[in-house]
Design a protein around this ligand. Structure first.
Ligand code: PMP
Ligand code: GLN
Length: 391
């Protein structure tokens, strides 16, 4: 391919770090704690519902807004967990994963020259979605405080907003840090959004992977925020079905419609038989959701303790699939990318350099992300290898 065929909007973007690191895991036969996907299947009711849907002929294009019963299940979910009232016919749209909802929101809401205020580190599709929309991301740095909890400077948020700011993009619970934005942080973001009349897009794909002691609150539940917030989530993490790519967005009709208008020209629709199956998952009892987060918390604790035994300073996440470590603490000479490229040979493990989540990679050059969404025996084996390599 001639180099100049690539749109200038994607200049500087390469193959995603997840594809690179998963390929490295398979070519070296290493334990893959890089890309965030579980290595066990989700609830059998959900899997069976997908098989039944395929067998009973749910194999053609679903309706443009998504399967009506899934949209009802999403509306019920928002009511059940957060007391949010959304109309399944006008305020809910099913998407190809959260990724497409995010892309739809950026492409459907942004004009060339607009700015998006967001927190870094950030999930990698944010920068690309904003760039494709011709807009500019303006990052506010999250950094660990003395207590190890990731936080930000309120003044940095306030000064990031300019007359060109159109959106705030918020990810909570947060990838890669595992931070859950607390009430006072959400109130601050809400106050800034209201003062400057901004729309907020929230990415809440880890909403059900929150550990004991923390609580996820959608920004849309704060006073004055529902009307200006587009809330995005997906079933991949919650039901261990990351490959199904069933996501959704909810919020006031004008925001959902703007994002849907762009979304309909990306995939139009996707995953017909996986839509009713995801509805089954959303309607599972509280015991399923309790077991999901408790099981992941055990895995998190095993991984955090193991990484600490291997000598790493480790940031214990409040939620999500991920544990971040500081490689300076083991005296590694080189940056996070060097570390991750060497890790298969050193320890037979793959991780992801957190620098890939920064607009300014130097801010994360000493940070590496390990995934804990794996079987306990896999985590144990990885920990043994890491302790063997670094202790
Ligand atoms: N947002 C965040 C913060 C993520 O970590 C991911 C990774 N799965 C996504 C969005 C993408 O979600 P999906 O697979 O549903 O497109
Ligand atoms: N969300 C997952 C992660 O952060 C996977 C992302 C991907 O493969 N694009 O690892």
């Amino acid at each position: 391919m001639p180099r100049d065929v690539l749109t200038t909007k994607l200049a500087g973007f390469g193959t995603t770090i997840f594809a690179e690191m998963s390929a490295l895991a398979s070519s070296t036969g290493s334990i893959n704690l890089g890309q965030g996907f579980p290595d066990t299947d989700g609830p059998s009711e959900v899997l069976d519902a997908a098989v039944d849907a395929i067998r009973s002929g749910v194999n053609q294009y679903p309706p443009g807004l998504g399967d009506p019963d899934l949209r009802r299940a999403i509306a019920e979910h928002q009511q059940r967990w957060y007391g949010l009232d959304v109309d399944p016919d006008t305020e809910v749209v099913v998407t190809a994963g959260a990724t497409e909802a995010l892309a739809g929101a950026m492409l459907g809401m942004l004009d060339t020259g607009d700015e998006v205020v967001l927190f870094e580190p950030m999930y990698d599709s944010y920068q690309a979605g904003i760039a494709l929309a011709g807009a500019t991301p303006v990052p506010v740095l999250l950094a660990p405080g003395g207590d190890g909890r990731w936080t930000f400077d309120p003044d940095a948020l306030r000064t990031a907003v300019s007359p060109r700011t159109k959106l705030i993009l918020l990810n909570t619970p947060h990838n890669p840090t595992g931070k859950v934005f607390d009430r006072s942080e959400l109130e601050l973001i809400a106050a800034v959004a209201i003062e400057h009349d901004l729309t907020v897009v929230t990415d809440e794909v880890y909403e059900h992977l929150v550990f004991h002691g923390s609580q996820h609150r959608p920004l849309a539940t704060l006073p004055g925020m529902f009307e200006r917030t587009l809330t995005i989530s997906s079933g991949g993490k919650t039901f261990h079905t990351t490959g199904w790519k069933i996501g959704w967005m909810t919020g006031p009709a004008e925001l959902v419609t703007a994002a849907r208008l762009a979304k309909q020209y990306l995939t139009y629709v996707n995953g017909a038989p996986f839509q009713p199956a995801t509805a089954v998952g959303l309607r599972l009892g509280d015991d399923y959701y309790d077991r999901l987060s408790a099981g992941l918390q055990t895995a998190r604790d095993g991984l955090v303790d193991g990484l600490e035994r291997a000598g790493f300073t480790t940031y214990r996440p409040e939620a999500s699939y991920f544990v971040t470590v500081d490689i300076d603490s083991i005296g590694f000479e080189g940056d996070a990318m060097d570390f991750c490229r060497a890790l298969p040979a050193t320890a037979g493990v793959v991780a992801v350099p957190a620098s890939a989540f920064y607009m300014n990679p130097e801010h994360g050059s000493h940070l590496v992300r390990f995934a804990c969404c794996k079987r306990l025996d896999v985590i144990e084996a990885a920990v043994d290898q890491l302790v063997g390599a670094f202790r």
